[in-house]
Write a protein that binds this ligand. Structure first.
Ligand SMILES: [Zn+2]
Ligand SMILES: [Zn+2]
Ligand SMILES: [Zn+2]
Length: 352
């Protein structure tokens, strides 16, 4: 994620900001030009402050629910580029539902930002696309023992509201023995399944996929049972990015895809902050990097990984200084790096 700047007062702005803390103006994100701008009311609409621009804007309808800071053109649809994929949101009359949903929306906007920057297709319902991208954000029914499951099927990404509760999500992470579990991580994983449909299955890349990740026609239900009964095979770290990735080729793909999105977003943030890693004791240069890579247009993953690996070591060391768990509790073995390169190459060649 890049840093933004208030065009009126020069204040540094973050992607999630809704008000400029320096000049007090409302802020809106314009997804097309990828700008965060200070805006001023103009009748029922909004104008970019100090711009002399005749174009008028509206906030996304979810702005009224304090759940979005993106804008649409005066004549555009009610919902922004991120929110028009929502099919179901929970009952917002329940304040706890509302709070959880706001957290989900925040993670979702970061996901959509990355998809926009990567130039990936994002068809919506009504586009005529056979598999539009749809989000269902669902709360558990208190009258039922059935729990909402986070997952993807045929273009529909379902996120359980429970995942927006820190205590419940952490309890689940511990129970499942996972190293990392976040809302944003869920979005990045599930959208990986979606782009498998678009880029691999429908993109003529099945043979190359199977050569790299294995044959996805393997029985999924049996694989799931095996994984939860026996756990991952010993030594999985040498071939897979996470234990869960060993379960089935589809999950290996989705986990690898999620890591690719972790990497490009975090590298853009580090580059925007001008971060350099230059430890005095690093005689071999393995932990030294100037993070000046443009992750959206990198020719190959070599430069991305050359920046990413030292950055993650530095971030983990900083977290340990604060008594926090490692920020990036993963190691990227050579076969995992090859899978990341596969994802990167597919994204770069299939940008829509
Ligand atoms: Zn300002
Ligand atoms: Zn929106
Ligand atoms: Zn999955």
């Amino acid at each position: 994620m890049k840093l933004f700047q208030c065009q009126c007062c020069g204040q540094v702005l973050h992607f999630e900001n809704t008000v400029c803390l320096s000049c007090g103006r409302s802020l809106g994100y314009l997804p097309g030009p990828d700008r965060m701008v200070a805006v001023e009311p103009d009748g029922a609409l909004w104008a970019v402050a100090d711009a002399g621009d005749p174009q008028r804007w509206r906030f996304c309808k979810n702005w009224e629910r304090s759940a979005c800071n993106w804008m649409v053109r005066e004549t555009g649809p009610d919902y922004c580029e991120a929110c028009r994929h929502n099919r179901t949101v929970p009952d917002l009359a329940d304040p706890e539902n509302h709070r959880r949903w706001q957290r989900i929306e925040m993670a979702k906007r970061r996901l959509i930002y990355t998809l926009c920057r990567l130039g990936l297709p994002r068809p919506t319902l009504g586009d005529g696309h056979p598999e539009p991208l749809i989000f269902d954000f669902l709360a558990d029914d208190p009258g039922s023992v059935q729990r909402v499951l986070t997952g993807h099927a045929g273009g529909v990404v379902t996120i359980s509201l429970t995942e927006a509760d820190d205590a419940e999500r952490e309890a689940m992470r511990t129970r499942l023995g996972e190293a990392y579990r976040t809302l944003l991580g869920h979005f990045r994983h599930e959208i990986g399944h979606y782009y498998w449909d678009l880029l691999v299955r429908d993109g003529g890349a099945l043979d190359a996929f199977r050569a790299m990740f294995g044959d996805e026609r393997a029985d999924y239900a049996a694989a799931l049972d095996r994984h939860y009964q026996n756990g991952p095979p010993a030594g999985w770290e040498a071939t897979h990015v996470s234990a869960y990735a060993t379960m089935h080729p589809w999950e290996d793909w989705a986990e690898t895809w999620a890591h690719y999105l972790h990497m490009v977003d975090t590298l853009e943030t580090a580059a925007a902050l001008g971060i350099q890693i230059d430890p005095g004791v690093d005689n071999h240069g393995q932990l030294t990097a100037e993070i000046d890579v443009n992750p959206w247009r990198a020719g190959d993953t070599g430069r991305l990984l050359a920046a990413w690996l030292p950055l993650t070591v530095a971030l983990n060391a900083l977290n340990r200084s604060m008594g926090q768990p490692d920020l990036y509790p993963f190691a990227l073995a050579a076969p995992v790096q090859q899978k990341l390169a596969f994802v990167h190459d597919l994204v770069m060649t299939r940008q829509g």
